[in-house]
Design a protein around this ligand. Structure first.
Ligand code: PLP
Length: 452
């Protein structure tokens, strides 16, 4: 036992939090989450929340799955750690490599393990340069990414990401990374139709390649659906055009699957949903449903062949690359996803139900657009929905809705003037109803407050 009442004070005294206004947090007190069960979490006061965000887009199989705890305990007892350097491995790690690649389609037969999604992005960033150098094109080094993309918090990850508020801290991006526009029709589409806008933004990639010279460009990276930017679902014309350009211009395509992977869109991976053919796919989060930290990069045959047969020794890796206990958790997680047919469930049942309920929030005066694919939903708050006018100062608007949702027992994330949802894939129909009910209540309360 420990003095729960003191935890907030201890936290304020010693814990520096990621992505948190720490001064405010220390004044208000940290929320301490004690327990999870299914789609619910419970804080230290015993208050129950429906977690509409699956932790941080990751608890796909829901909380409290004893099967994972048992698999982890068994592996801990048998072999708590070994590395994958210098030609060694452990059985869960190897079995996981086979299982994950079997879900990723015929292009992917290899994976490089990491401890996180950020490390996965750093890994392909180096691997792409190593690949081009090995095939006699060492000058193909620049990576094109997107404004408001998110690819992690390491130096390369934050540079690949296009978040201004991250670039401003630490003088990023590093050289060799440039950004183009995002397919955010509601905010930036102007008078164009979504289809026209999707093509226009995709063609920024072609223009950037021309500007830099094709011989200097290594890769283009994007999330299948931008997550941290606010669940920005691209117009239908966007991905086919990106895929076409990458192939035509001999640029590697990287789909960052850290959020979209493992069933969130009703397919195993987001690139399968959009029908594109990436060369690398960084993964993490849903790989273990967040139960233990593990990530990796799916590496297509084109790259793996050169890496194995030409490069031989890729001088890169992490102490926890393919950690056996994390791998055991991931293996059990994938077994559950398969056995409970969670991917199919999202595609054919609960994802469609969620789309109906989440989509209906667009009827609210305060909501310009509410879209989703599978169990990934984005909602645009608008000052005037008739004219598609956004709030002059979007930042506090979403937080207002989020706080009302929290007070009523629902976790949603806010980014500026967008609300983000990504519940566990095991969410039941009546829990989707509950999510929609509280979201509407929060919208009502925030709208009233804004108009007062
Ligand atoms: N890529 C995407 C698309 C993400 O959403 C995230 C995290 O949210 C990352 C990479 C970074 O993953 P991690 O936080 O595990 O380093």
């Amino acid at each position: 036992t420990y003095p729960l009442s003191n935890l907030a004070a201890i936290d304020a005294a010693h814990h520096l939090h990621p992505f948190s206004d720490m001064k405010k947090l220390n004044a208000d007190g940290t929320r301490i989450i004690q327990r999870g069960e299914g789609v619910h979490i419970f804080d230290s006061h015993g208050k129950k929340y429906l977690d509409g965000f699956a932790g941080l887009w990751c608890v796909n199989i829901g909380y409290g799955r004893k099967e994972i705890a048992d698999a982890v305990a068994k592996q801990m007892n048998e072999l708590p750690y070994y590395n994958t350097f210098f030609g060694t491995t452990s059985s869960p790690t190897t079995l996981l490599a086979e299982k994950v690649t079997s879900k990723a389609g015929p292009r992917f037969n290899h994976i490089f393990f990491t401890g996180s999604g950020s490390e996965a992005n750093d890994t392909w960033f180096r691997m792409a340069r190593v690949y081009w150098a090995a095939v006699g094109k060492p000058q193909k080094k620049t990576v094109i990414a997107r404004r408001n993309g998110y690819h992690g918090s390491t130096v390369a990850g934050a540079s690949l990401g296009g978040m201004k508020y991250m670039h401003e801290q630490g003088d990023l991006p590093i050289p060799g990374i440039v950004h183009i526009g995002q397919p955010y029709w509601y905010g930036e589409g102007g008078d164009l139709t979504p289809a026209e806008f999707g093509l226009k933004v995709a063609r920024e990639l072609e223009a950037k390649i021309d500007e830099l010279g094709e011989e200097n460009v290594a890769a283009f990276v994007a999330e299948p659906i931008q997550g941290a930017a606010g669940v920005i679902i691209p117009p239908e014309t966007y991905w086919p055009e990106i895929d076409r350009i990458c192939k035509a211009r001999n640029i590697l395509l990287v789909t960052d699957e850290v959020i979209c992977g493992f069933g969130r869109l009703g397919e195993w991976f987001g690139h399968q949903y959009f029908g594109v053919e990436p060369d690398f796919a960084p993964i993490a989060k849903g790989l273990s449903s967040g139960y233990l930290p593990i990530g990796g990069v799916l590496v297509s045959d084109r790259i793996a062949d050169v890496l194995i047969n030409e490069v031989g020794d890729f001088n890169h890796g992490f102490t926890y690359s393919g950690h056996p206990v994390c791998a055991a958790a991931a293996l059990e997680n994938l077994r559950i996803i398969e056995e409970e047919k969670l991917v199919e469930r999202v595609r054919d049942d609960i994802g469609l139900y969620f789309a109906k309920k989440w989509g209906a929030l667009a009827e609210h005066d305060f909501v310009g657009e509410a879209e989703s694919i599978g169990l990934m939903g984005g909602l645009q708050l608008a000052a005037d929905k008739k004219t598609r006018t956004r709030f002059e100062k979007p930042d506090p608007i979403g937080s207002l809705v989020r706080n009302h949702a929290l007070a009523n027992g629902l976790v949603l994330r806010a980014t500026g003037d967008r609300m983000l949802a990504s519940p566990p894939l095991v969410i039941r129909h009546e829990e989707v109803d509950e999510m929609a009910r509280i979201a509407k209540l929060a919208l009502d309360a925030a709208w009233k407050e804004l108009r007062a």
